[in-house]
Design a protein around this ligand. Sequence first.
Ligand SMILES: [Zn+2]
Ligand SMILES: [Zn+2]
Length: 676
Amino acid sequence: MAQTYAEVILDIPLSEPLVYLAPNAAEVRPGTRCVVPLGRATRVGLIVGESGPPAFAASRIKPITRILGEVGPLSKHWLQLTQFAADYYQHGWGEVALASLPRILRMVPGVRSTQSLARLRKSHSIPWSEPATAAVELTAEQSSAVDRLNQSSGFAPHLLFGITGSGKTEVYLAAIAQKLAADAMAQALLLVPEINLTPQLEAQLRARFPGQTVVAMHSNLADGERAGAWLAAHEGRARIVIGTRLAVFCSLPHLALIVVDEEHDPSYKGSEGVRYSARDIAVKRAQLLDIPIVLGSATPSLETWAQASVERYRLIRLANRIGAAGASNELPPIELIDTRTHKPRNGLTEPVALALAATLERGEQSLVFLNRRGYAPVVACETCGWLSHCPRCSVFAVFHKPDRTLRCHHCGYMAPAPRSCPTCGNQALKGVGQGTQRIEETLQGLLPGSTIARIDRDSTRQRHSAQRAFDAVHAGAVDVLVGTQMVAKGHDFQRMSLVIVLNPDGQLASHDFRAPERLFATLMQVAGRAGRSGLRSRVLVQTRFPSHPLFAALQRHDYAQFAETQLAERAAARMPPFTYQALLTAEARSMESALAFLRAAHEEAAEALDAADSVVRLFDPVPMTLQQIAGVARAQLLIESDQRPQLHAFLRRWLTALRARRASPRWNIEVDPLQL
Ligand SMILES: [Zn+2]
Ligand SMILES: [Zn+2]
């Protein structure tokens, strides 16, 4: 009797599927989960196709233990997408595909699992009933944007370039509404960069689409919630999925439109595991499905901007603010406060202190933005020069006042802050510099009787605490909000008329060639929190470098010009997006062995580079900027090419050779790295 063999992928670093004996041909449906033996363990795998009889050792092929048919197969398109991502980012197919499934579906199921799937299915079987809100009336500019989106068919990438407060969200919602109305099965995927933005948008979507199931997908969901949401999307019950980067791989069999909000945001690129860019994968997904995609931003990434300028992406502009903000129709002026002439006291200059007091006087809200949490970035002894180094990393441990600890923000090291200098016994240790906790304290002294709230990773550790804090600001219960990056994005604070930016100078001085682009985006975004409801507003930026060209462009609110200048510089210096990069990183006990591995890899590369690959260049191995984290030394080797196909072909050959090496330290490859 002829045997049937199946190709199965597993969450292991193998580029080729493994072959197993299948129970019968009828059950070998690509995209079906199954349980298979792997070594001594049993694992959940995914059938990706039928295999011919193995060329040798057929007797050693093991049978599939069980087919998990209670969840319908993943689509061919989904398999194609995960395979593409795995090839592109140089990882195993199963590492991408299996890792993207909810944990419950990756675990070998026990006896009661069928029941639990039934329970999970119930969680999203009935749409939420929320008071419906009618669609907001669109401005002429918004309507024409929606029309242009709706007219497109097939694969059509659009860049929705809209200043902060121009109403991009309404354009997304209108475009989604049109797609859902046109086809009773159609599904839409809306990606956002930040978990904290999902509750707000989720509520907005539910109110806007009553009777439709909307599900959220992000890493803060409990396993059951995530699996329930995933099943609702996979089985077509959920018409709209809103989520962070991991949602880009969600199974959506009737996907008709993808929206990527704040497409420039670096958090779309992961920093662990397979380091894929959810934005780039979203574009690929739209291309494979032949559907439109909208990338929205006030400060598009230079990669996206470059695509739009050669008209590979269609550019749609929203140049005006909407609603009350539009009445004055102007972005708030950005004023630079030179900290060389206005000496800061406890981090705040006099003009800033006066502006805060005046805003409080008028009963309006202020935002103080500082991208540094904790109380003081470093503790110092002025007698002997002792500094609070993290014992395990090449960075300082930060002083946190509420529990008087020193904490490392990179490895999690935490210890009670010393009362006296560990080296010389000096009792007068000093916290140097400003973190959000210290600014909060300074403001309490400066503005007695006012309500000051702080939002950063430390103040929002508890579940839902971030949401509660944001709700308080929205409700007007807060006079001054102090916060990090977390407060910069998305929120529409109605009574906010003053935005203060403290100390952007660190980023101006960074060696990373993307630092100006990121700083510009952050500052535009923070500045955009001011004056959204038409209140006369101001933005004050404290800096030692007021004549830096970046600020000139910022003051003109002229992203387009900034982007053009940056792109011209990158083109001249042969940097991305005009070249393509990959980064090989190694982690070892000592810097010497990390570098030794990279040097060996460098030599190996010389062999893998044949004549056709002469366009691929390898740089010398160097220690990373953060040389050591958690006691592990880190080094990197940059690979660059003017041709993407050559780069990828080279990587495939080279990494195969590297994987075959024995006794290597831990290493990782990142394609299109964002941080160097
Ligand atoms: Zn000392
Ligand atoms: Zn550390």
